[in-house]
Write a protein that binds this ligand. Sequence first.
Ligand SMILES: C[S@@+](CC[C@H](N)C(=O)[O-])C[C@H]1O[C@@H](n2cnc3c(N)ncnc32)[C@H](O)[C@@H]1O
Length: 248
Amino acid sequence: MSEPDQPSTARMIDFWLGGEHHFPVDVAAARAFEGAYGPCAAIFRSLRDFLGRAVRSIADAGVDGFLVFGAGVPSQGNVHEVVPDATVLYTDVDPVTIRLGQRLLAGSDRAGYGFGDATDIGTIDPAQLHRFVPGWGRRPVGVVFLGLAAFLDDATLARTLDELYEAAAPGSFLAVDFDSEELATYPAALAMMGPAFRMRPPTAFPPLLGRWRPTADGVVPVAEWRTQGEPAPVPDAFYGAVATKPTA
Ligand SMILES: C[S@@+](CC[C@H](N)C(=O)[O-])C[C@H]1O[C@@H](n2cnc3c(N)ncnc32)[C@H](O)[C@@H]1O
């Protein structure tokens, strides 16, 4: 696979999680970011562990099809590894990450990877959608929307989550996270996230969910979401929730 000339936050996360699916340009960017902020591995492990608990809880509610946006690298405790009996469609907009994901999932008949712009679900290949998320729009599914909200302005994020609410069948779930203002005191690190990156105070998160209804766990630091025992001792860089589209 040819080397990309630009780093990707998704592949930087793979590096921090101890994965093997990234390139030297991603490692250089990850190390530069840590130079400006501090160690990141524990923070992203805690975020991936939240994904695991959230997805497991959705599967425990009887859901067996997942649609993942801004999916990044499908390894290191990603959705199909947490719920191997479910079917999963991973989507992203970054062509290098999509190719990497397709290579990783080659041969799987339960998980696939394709292009999908979260802000326009019509960009997803309908054949892939119906193969890996059977009954989309008619059966409850799990929508996974992690690591993405920070790259969408409030209006786009609210519209996107509302369109997903409209499209998903009643009984569906949304797993979502938001970036806090953790980087506000690290201007060099913040600058590395690019001009589209948006930090938000925690009070801004619930209104952005629109009609999606958070479970009783609320919108909380990801390390605290249904944690058994002591939460991981990491900064509250990410808040997360599981929300539902009620059946009635
Ligand atoms: C911070 S990474 C998170 C990756 C993964 N969800 C994780 O937690 O490891 C953000 C990902 O969102 C993708 N992305 C950015 N804008 C997007 C959009 N409008 N629709 C879908 N994916 C998008 C990027 O290409 C990148 O892979």
